[in-house]
Design a protein around this ligand. Structure first.
Ligand code: CMX
Length: 463
């Protein structure tokens, strides 16, 4: 229905009316943020006045040597992760988002624009607000610099798509309004305004960067122009060359659920850290993407697919049954490798992002052979990891499922999967960065120690 509405709008609407609508909608989002900023600032001032010296969390020596797991030392407003329950985006679980956030059609998957609105404002948008945001993003995408297209087209194909994506985001940086405003001597109270502009410009343009990388690396190299009658996610699928209704729905779901996972994960933390030096949103996001490109983080979706194919290769003509799979999983573990797509630094249950993708598969592709393999692995991997006794969480994470869905619809190039994750993650980490600027978060600079200093510290205590 949403598409039809959009199509009808773009077909019949008087251009001037549409331009007015775009302006008023985009200003509406910005003005909501503007109104929220003093309220949040006052809330924080009150909290700090009353509780500023209270201990939030302790840091033991073990924690310092274990990737700072469990130390509460960051403020991220957009989402919160519970070890048992999974992610809540501004207080809403994934099923609640699926129910409440406007989709392209009644009962359909949420539109990432709806999620973006929620992440930025904490409010569920109306259908009209989402439509306005979609139009605003289309308008912002139009002014992507031709230089960016040229840079991407000239990148050699043997550079990994994630590296190309990071380079592409850096190429967009020359249009940073924040960087320009800073050079012009903008007052620090105004930082958030150009961060807002960069955030929306960047989100509008990264699907062009990503789809161009895809077309160049894996297809005929020709850029497919945007279809402005489509929403942001469907248009991304379209620019990659996929135009089925089911693919549009998959993209909407995929690009909504990968947006945010509170602040401590590598991509969110890296974006926040780099942004804390007042590096602009493009520089910050590119840094986050370099973290997402690690195999223990976002690249795991690529690794899962490679591993599934490896399993299929090893089994050959043998039946895919629990016994055969058990042997293959132990082979992976005994080779000193991780089972990709399983485990998590915070979660201790099956990731709800896995569950909603599984539900999508059950609804749209229940007989897909790879989905059956993924499902059988779900039945046995947790038991094997528990038996091995190392991982704190033997259950699947988001990356265990996403590849088999994409592959089902013909998106077989697993080297590209993390780029899709990155396009989505941009929405969450840039929304957070916007609030970092709005709240005047300072440069991040935790204290580090040397082992020698710690040894001395404890020796001194003993004496
Ligand atoms: N397979 C095998 N061993 C695993 C494992 C897995 N899936 N998950 C954890 N372990 C091991 C760890 O490597 C570690 O071993 P050592 O003691 O030998 O170093 C031990 O179990 C304890 O690890 P943990 O505390 O349970 O997990 P961490 O918080 O250190 O790491 C994560 C979390 C995600 C990096 C880890 O579970 C992992 O490597 N998983 C596989 C890769 C993956 O799917 N990453 C994607 C995560 C989601 C995302 O960010 O996109």
């Amino acid at each position: 229905m949403f598409n039809t509405v959009l199509r009808n709008t773009s077909r019949f609407a008087n251009k001037q009316v549409l331009a007015t609508a775009q302006r008023s909608y985009s200003i509406e989002l910005k003005s909501i943020v503007e109104k929220q900023i003093p309220v949040k600032q006052a809330q924080i001032a009150e909290l700090r006045k009353n509780h500023g010296e209270e201990v939030l969390s302790q840091c033991t020596v073990n924690m310092a040597y274990s990737g700072m797991r469990g130390i509460k030392g960051l403020i991220t407003e957009t989402s919160l992760l519970d070890a048992e329950e999974g992610i809540r985006f501004r207080g809403l679980t994934i099923p609640e988002c699926q129910q409440q956030l406007p989709g392209a059609e009644e009962g359909g998957e949420p539109l990432p624009e709806s999620m973006l609105w929620l992440l930025i404002t904490g409010e569920v948008p109306t259908r009209d607000q989402v439509r306005g945001l979609t139009e605003d993003l289309h308008r912002r995408a139009e002014s992507i610099s031709p230089d960016v297209i040229k840079i991407i087209k000239n990148l050699p194909n043997d550079i990994h798509p994630m590296t190309q994506f990071s380079i592409g985001i850096l190429a967009l940086q020359k249009d940073s309004k924040f960087a320009q405003a800073y050079q012009d001597g903008v007052h620090k109270k105004e930082y958030w305004k150009t961060t807002y502009e960069d955030t929306l410009d960047c989100i509008a343009r990264i699907p062009i960067v990503a789809s161009l990388i895809y077309r160049k690396n894996f297809k005929d190299g020709n850029q497919i122009q945007a279809d402005k009658s489509l929403d942001w996610a469907a248009n991304f699928a379209h620019m990659m060359g996929y135009n089925k209704k089911e693919v549009y729905e998959l993209f909407r779901l995929y690009l909504s659920i990968h947006t945010d996972h509170e602040g401590g994960n590598v991509s969110a933390h890296a974006t926040h850290l780099v942004g804390s030096a007042l590096s602009d949103p493009y520089l910050s996001l590119s840094a986050g993407m370099n973290g997402l490109a690690g195999p223990l983080h976002g690249l795991a979706n690529q690794e899962v697919l490679r591993w599934l194919k490896e399993i299929q290769g090893k089994l050959g003509d043998k039946e895919v049954n629990k016994e055969n799979l058990t042997t293959v999983i132990w082979d992976t573990l005994n080779a000193g490798r991780v089972v990709p797509g399983y485990g998590h630094a915070v979660l201790r249950k099956t990731d709800p992002r896995y569950t909603c993708q599984r539900e999508f598969a059950l609804k749209h592709m229940p007989n897909d052979p790879l989905f059956k393999l993924v499902s059988t692995l779900y039945e046995i991997v947790p038991g094997i990891l528990t038996e091995q006794g190392k991982t704190k969480n033997p259950f699947p994470n988001v990356d265990a499922h996403s590849g088999c869905l994409l592959r089902h619809y013909g998106l077989v190039e697993e080297d590209f999967y993390t780029v899709m994750f990155g396009v989505s993650r941009g929405l969450g980490v840039l929304s957070s960065l916007l609030w970092d600027r709005a709240l005047g978060q300072p440069i991040e600079r935790p204290k580090s120690m040397t082992t020698e200093a710690l040894v001395k510290q404890f020796a001194a205590k003993k004496n």
